[in-house]
Design a protein around this ligand. Sequence first.
Ligand code: MG
Length: 74
Amino acid sequence: MKLIEEVGELAEVIRKNKRMTDDNIKGTIEEELSDVLYYTAMVANTYDIDLENVFRMKEKYNSKRYGFNIKIDE
Ligand SMILES: [Mg+2]
């Protein structure tokens, strides 16, 4: 549930276009994006999911299904 809360916070700072200035990350897109990534990793760990592996599998699936070829490594 914390992940959902963080996605909501990310949506809000994106809507307000709050970007990080200097080293002040509080209340910014950068902070909330980091929070979402953190809780995504926590959920993956809870279910013993290799996030990198499933991400690459989904990337391949999307490439076939939607015909685009954007790779995270590029
Ligand atoms: Mg947050």
